[in-house]
Design a binder for this molecule. Structure first.
Ligand code: HEM
Length: 134
């Protein structure tokens, strides 16, 4: 049986075959879910790309059950406190990523992909809440 890590990687590979750049799609979805973050986030494509790459790395590390997950989430949450990022904004951002992949993959997005993403994001969200508060 495929692991969550393998299933998540599979969705990212399938998405890469379909779109050149997921970043604008994810941000568009993020702003649709949370219009209030538009004013917090800059318009700089490079910064957005870096933030997205770091987030994907964190999700993959979560699925690999790395021992240092707690530490990197804590640092990221601390770094973001000055930006006004709240727990529920992280949840919306993660949701925007799943929804973007789901839309991009269409019929190739399977229930097992959904389950793998949901399970890992639920875990990651719980770690964020531990550091950012509910
Ligand atoms: C786990 C989730 C997240 C990770 C790993 C992450 C990571 C990063 C990184 C690496 C940067 C620096 C980008 C650069 O080099 O310019 C950044 C910037 C920033 N992040 Fe996040 N971020 C996350 C979630 C969020 C959320 C939910 C918000 C909510 C508003 C947010 C708001 C910002 C802002 C305001 C900046 C400043 C740069 C800009 O205006 O684009 N981040 N983030």
């Amino acid at each position: 049986m495929a692991t969550d890590l393998e299933l998540i990687e599979e969705t990212l590979e399938l998405a890469a075959e379909r779109v050149d750049d997921l970043v604008p799609l994810v941000y568009e979805r993020f702003f649709a879910l949370r219009p209030d973050v538009r004013q917090l986030l800059g318009n700089d494509a490079l910064g957005r790309g870096r933030m997205f790459n770091e987030t994907l790395k964190m999700i993959l590390e979560c699925a690999q059950e790395v021992a240092y997950l707690e530490g990197i989430v804590e640092r990221e949450v601390q770094d973001h406190q000055g930006y006004g990022a709240t727990s529920s904004m992280y949840a919306s951002y993660f949701e925007a990523i799943v929804q973007t992949l789901q839309t991009t993959l269409g019929a190739t997005w399977l229930p097992r992909h959904e389950a793998a993403w949901r399970c890992q994001l639920e875990h990651l969200n719980s770690v964020v809440i531990r550091h950012a508060g509910a």
